[in-house]
Design a protein around this ligand. Structure first.
Ligand code: HEM
Length: 244
């Protein structure tokens, strides 16, 4: 085991704990936050089934963004769909034997990496070239995009230009999952890729990227428009009423 392997092993254990713990904490916080008013944006579905369908359209197609800005929607959708496929493709590093559907999507995953980079570049360009967006962009907006771009670019670099020892990478991560230390291939681009991934995992629960689970707690989209049929009473208000 080299020093680098030991440091990366420690870093990934730390990142995994902060990612899972931080995410659980933040989701619990969202779930506890009161939604005292009925505020579905109309036209809105009147039934729970309709709400599920509406949320599915938001999650898979980004419906509201589509209606508000086609350019942002196009780049954003490209990036996110690419990301999902890339992450699914990466499951081969954590499963042995590799699940058949993961093996099946491998070739598509490569195009997804390119789509992801194109989407990210468009989203970043928008922060420079659209005046009103540049005005409201903070350093963290730029840093998140830069972080994701470095991850995607270093991944694609390993895929297309300077190959890394993917079997060695897999042994290292399967080893981590079984608390059995294995060496990590010594490769600068791989180190960069993994360092940025660990950083992403650590800041994820405390950054704007939290919109991923946050989308499900969007009151104007996740409420049924049934205020005339059913009284809206949140759990904490019901408790107050029962004390009267
Ligand atoms: C611990 C987690 C990760 C490991 C071990 C890992 C490892 C790798 C390796 C070894 C490659 C080169 C693939 C090849 O040569 O065939 C790669 C490619 C890539 N990685 Fe990662 N990566 C991780 C997480 C991520 C994350 C979180 C993202 C996105 C945010 C990402 C984005 C990419 C992209 C876009 C590519 C190029 C396309 C592809 O081969 O799928 N990686 N990664």
């Amino acid at each position: 085991m080299t020093i680098a392997s030991i440091m990366f092993a420690g870093l990934f254990y730390l990142a995994a704990v902060l990612f899972a713990g931080g995410l659980a904490y933040r989701i619990k916080d969202y779930a506890r936050t009161p939604a005292p008013l009925k505020i579905p944006t109309t036209p809105a579905p009147a039934t729970n089934g309709g709400v599920v369908l509406r949320m599915a359209r938001e999650v898979f197609f980004f419906e509201s963004l589509f209606k508000s800005n086609l350019w942002t929607w196009g780049f954003g959708w490209l990036f996110h769909m690419g990301l999902v496929l890339v992450l699914m493709r990466h499951l081969r590093y954590f499963t042995d034997p590799v699940w058949s559907w993961v093996a099946f999507i491998q070739p598509f995953g490569i195009y997804a990496g390119l789509a992801m980079l194109l989407g990210l570049s468009g989203l970043w360009a928008r922060r420079f070239f659209v005046d009103r967006v540049r005005y409201i962009s903070t350093p963290s907006d730029h840093l998140m995009l830069a972080l994701l771009i470095v991850i995607a670019a270093s991944g694609l670099f390993m895929k297309f230009i300077s190959h890394t020892d993917v079997i060695g990478v897999k042994n290292f991560f399967i080893g981590l999952m079984h608390f059995n230390g294995q060496p990590l291939p010594a490769d600068v681009i791989l180190f960069l890729h993994l360092l940025m991934v660990a950083l992403l995992m650590i800041i994820f629960p405390f950054s704007k990227l939290l919109h991923a689970p946050g989308v499900f707690f969007w009151p104007s989209r996740n409420q049924a428009d049934n205020s005339r049929d059913k009284r809206h009473l949140s759990a904490w208000a019901a408790q107050l009423e029962s004390k009267k």
